[in-house]
Design a protein around this ligand. Structure first.
Ligand code: IPE
Ligand code: IPE
Ligand code: MG
Length: 242
């Protein structure tokens, strides 16, 4: 954490969320506004991923989870799916060293078997290489759907209960979610003006504070991020209590 940066952006350490989840939306509309192809928006979006991951480190956020590709995004034209998959591949190829040098632990959540073997391999290597890091937990949701995650966890849990591998206990169920081991999500940000969850972290966001901004993802810079974090600081969380 960089105390000077916190002061510069008007943030206070003890009022920061521990786990921020972001629905990075609006790449296509951002590009369209500039009369550019949607792929241009996705490329710019990757630059913001780099920036927001770095900013999370210097603000001292413990965990950030980014929604990169949903189980529903396969419905898009195959050229666009191809662009998104190759950007994810490039990101992993170019970024893992820097992430590792900065003490970032990388994880992927989502249905891995649905991805190409080469992408699965890159993901696994990134996870293995950064496993011991503790500065920031970076989780990228790829081929992720909250319902798919719950189905997957329910089946694994039922199997393990039936075969006597675990107790019929909700903690055991939670251990079978893709996010096992990560802190509770306390802030869910969505860019681009849409105000919906789109199948993201259905279980984990139960008591998350929600933040919606009209800014498209390629324009969501450190300044915008700090603005969102400042808003979190003034939220009053009650968890059903008084
Ligand atoms: C977010 O931007 C990136 C992904 C969903 C992969 P979109 O591609 O959804 O952009 P819009 O919402 O069409 O503007
Ligand atoms: C949500 O954005 C998924 C990601 C950001 C990866 P979408 O653009 O796919 O969501 P909808 O279709 O607007 O709900
Ligand atoms: Mg969208």
């Amino acid at each position: 954490m960089d105390k000077e940066k916190l002061i510069q952006y008007g943030l206070e350490e003890q009022l920061l969320p521990k786990h921020v989840a972001i629905i990075m939306d609006g790449n296509g509309r951002w590009a369209k506004k500039r009369l550019m192809p949607r792929s241009y928006g996705h490329k710019k979006g990757v630059e913001r991923v780099r920036e927001i991951v770095r900013a999370s480190s210097f603000f001292g956020i413990q965990a950030i989870t980014l929604y990169a590709f949903s189980t529903e995004n396969w419905k898009r034209p195959k050229e666009e799916v191809g662009v998104l998959m190759s950007l994810l591949t490039q990101y992993l190829q170019s970024e893992v060293k820097e992430l590792h040098d900065n003490g970032v632990r990388f994880r992927m959540i989502g249905h891995r078997e649905g991805l190409s073997p080469s992408l699965q391999e890159l993901i696994k290597n990134a996870e293995d290489k950064t496993r011991e890091n503790t500065t920031l937990n970076l989780t990228v949701a790829i081929n992720y759907g909250g319902r798919d995650e719950l189905d997957h966890a329910a089946i694994a849990f039922a199997k393990d209960v039936v075969t006597g591998q675990c107790m019929l206990d909700s903690k055991e169920f939670q251990k079978r979610l893709y996010t096992a081991g990560l802190p509770e999500v306390d802030y869910l940000i969505r860019t681009s003006g849409e105000q919906r969850i789109s199948n993201f972290l259905l279980y984990q966001a139960a008591y998350a504070e929600l933040y919606f901004t009209d800014i498209y993802w390629p324009d969501f810079d450190t300044e915008q991020y700090a603005k969102a974090l400042k808003e979190f600081a003034v939220r009053n969380r009650r968890y059903g209590g008084l």
